[in-house]
Design a protein around this ligand. Sequence first.
Ligand SMILES: O=P(O)(O)O[C@@H]1O[C@H](CO)[C@@H](O)[C@H](O)[C@H]1O
Ligand SMILES: [Mg+2]
Length: 228
Amino acid sequence: MIKAFLFDLDGVLVDTAVFHYQAWRRMANSLGFDFTHEFNETLKGVSRMDSLDRILALGGVTLPAERKLELAAEKNAWYLELVQQMTPDDILPGVNAFLAQIRQAGEQGHPIKIALGSVSKNAPLILERVGLSHIFDAVIDGSKITHSKPDPEVFLMGAAELNVSPDECIVFEDAVAGIEAAKRGHMFALGIGSPDVLTQADLVVPSFEHITVAELFAAVERVRGLGY
Ligand SMILES: O=P(O)(O)O[C@@H]1O[C@H](CO)[C@@H](O)[C@H](O)[C@H]1O
Ligand SMILES: [Mg+2]
């Protein structure tokens, strides 16, 4: 029986994945190189310092720890300039309707707890900007975890805070690393994006406009061959 939904933030509930891409690219450009959209997929769901290490490795740049901290702070300042302009209108299409369906399912006798599972340290600020701070039963963000995705820690911590077992959870993810984290945590993984990218997901939809809670439960039943 599915009892909980665990949502990634950047690129799932809000379009901040694009802001991260812009800010990281700006930082790479300042060091004299660039990276592609495809490479950016490998940064999604990865912590700030791990993302920086991957970008520096791509550019063949080696820097002392102090300089790396400066660069990460600079990138974050550029990113926050973009975040400051966000409003509730920046919630991705279909998300609010999907959240309303979760509440309806509860009224109809199938309560679903919800948690945020993001490695971003900026998650609380973004939730505040878009008015989603108070909807979650648990919020796990970059300040609480030791290992970023694809380690399952963020989702296992979410399940533990919600007092549910991993097989009672559905994870919503746009990142390759996030889908891997969900599967390593033994959870059902719904990919938001392209099936060509999110190859390990149990099911992939382009956005929340393309799935209802009822359809999702039917999909879990199909995939697992169990009665929910
Ligand atoms: O700089 P924070 O917002 O703390 O962490 C961010 O988290 C993102 C994943 O949600 C990841 O794609 C970014 O590279 C990383 O900087
Ligand atoms: Mg994401």
